[in-house]
Design a binder for this molecule. Structure first.
Ligand code: NAP
Length: 271
C-alpha cells in the first residue's frame, strides 16, 4: 500500500482522508492517506521520510504552505508565482512542490462552464486562497479583477492588484462573477455572509470556496436571486485529484470529481 498524507498544524476536521480514499476507490490506486499534524520543528523529519521513499507524497495546509518551499529542490512555476506549495512529491530523486489549489479552482470554473476570460470579477478576502484564485483569474485573462478587504491596502498588492474597502462594493457594480475566499459563513457561523444580499448586484455567478456547509448564506442568497451558485467542494475534490495525478504520474478523468461530489453531497449532481 502506498503511503500519502496531509501536513498541517490542526487537522482533526480535515476531509482529505475521506476524499483521497474515494479517489483510491475510483482509480484503483492502492493507497493509504494519513494526517500528519505537527509543529514546524518536526517537518524536516517528515520531508526526510519522503526523500527515503517511506511516504510517496504529501499535501500541505495552513500554516505551512509557505515555509515548506525552502525545504524543496524544485518548485513548479505556478507555486512559485503564487508563493505557496500544497503538494510535495519525489520526482527523479528531487523533492518537487506544486500548487494544486490553482488547478482545483481552474477545474471548478471549467466543470461549470464559467468563462472568466474578459469578465469583471470581484474577489472577497486577501488570504492564501485569494492569492491562488487571483493568479488563476489573471492567467485566464479576466478583464478586471477587484479585491475587497477589511483592511484595504494600496502598497501590499496581490499579483499587482491593490485591495478596496467593502464600502466600495455597492449594488450598482458591474461584476459578472463574485468569488468569496474569506471564511465568513463557514460552520458553525452559518448565518453570516461576507456581503449583503444587495451587493450581489447583477453578477451572474457567485462562487464560495467554503465547503462546510455545502451552501453558505452567500450562496443561498445568490440562489434566491436566480444566480449560478458554486460551492468550494468542487475545488477541494479537484485539488486532491490533481495531487493524486502528480503523485502517481497519471491522468484521472473529470468524471471522478463529479462522482465524488455526488457521493459526498448525498446525490446532488454537479451543475
Ligand atoms: P486565510 O489565509 O486566513 O485568508 C482569509 C481572508 O479572509 C483573510 O486574509 C481576510 O482578508 C478575510 N477574512 C478573514 N476573516 C474575516 C472576517 N471575519 N470577515 C471578513 N473577512 C475575513 O484563509 P484561506 O486559506 O485563504 O482560506 C479561506 C477560506 O477558504 C476558508 O474557509 C477555507 O476553508 C477555504 N478554502 C477552501 C479551499 C477549497 O479547496 N475549497 C481551499 C482553500 C481554502 P482581509 O483581512 O483582507 O479582509
Amino acid at each position: 500500500m502506498i503511503q500519502f498524507g496531509l501536513l498541517g498544524k490542526t487537522l482533526s476536521h480535515s476531509m482529505s482522508p475521506q476524499i483521497h480514499s474515494m479517489i483510491f476507490k475510483h482509480t484503483k490506486i492502492s493507497g493509504n492517506y494519513k494526517l500528519f499534524p505537527m509543529e514546524a520543528k518536526n517537518i524536516p523529519n517528515l520531508i526526510n521520510d519522503i526523500r527515503q521513499g517511506k511516504i510517496k507524497g504529501i499535501n500541505v495546509t495552513i500554516p505551512y504552505k509557505e515555509i515548506v518551499i525552502d525545504m524543496l529542490d524544485e518548485v513548479s512555476k505556478e507555486a512559485i508565482e503564487i508563493g505557496a506549495v500544497n503538494t510535495i512529491c519525489l520526482v527523479d530523486n528531487k523533492l518537487v512542490g506544486y500548487n494544486t489549489d490553482y488547478f482545483g479552482f481552474r477545474k471548478t470554473l471549467s466543470l461549470h462552464n464559467v468563462v472568466a476570460k474578459d469578465k469583471q470579477i470581484a474577489v472577497l478576502g486577501t488570504g492564501g486562497s485569494a492569492k491562488s484564485i487571483v493568479y488563476v483569474l489573471k492567467s485566464i485573462q479576466a478583464k478586471k479583477i477587484a479585491i475587497y478587504s477589511r483592511t484595504p491596502n494600496t502598497t501590499e498588492k496581490i499579483h499587482g492588484i491593490a485591495s478596496l474597502p467593502y464600502t466600495a462594493l455597492d449594488s450598482k457594480h458591474n461584476y459578472d462573477i463574485i468569488v468569496n475566499t474569506t471564511p465568513v459563513g463557514m460552520f458553525p457561523k452559518v448565518d453570516n455572509s461576507p456581503i449583503d444580499k444587495r451587493a450581489l448586484g447583477n453578477a451572474k455567478t457567485i462562487i464560495d470556496i467554503i465547503y462546510n456547509p455545502f451552501y453558505t448564506k452567500l450562496l443561498l442568497d445568490a440562489k434566491t436571486k436566480g444566480k449560478i451558485s458554486i460551492n468550494g467542494m468542487y475545488m477541494l475534490i479537484a485539488q486532491a485529484v490533481k495531487a493524486q495525478e502528480i503523485f502517481n504520474n497519471m491522468t484521472i478523468d473529470d468524471d471522478v470529481i463529479k462522482e465524488i461530489y455526488f457521493e459526498l453531497t448525498g446525490g446532488e449532481a454537479i451543475g
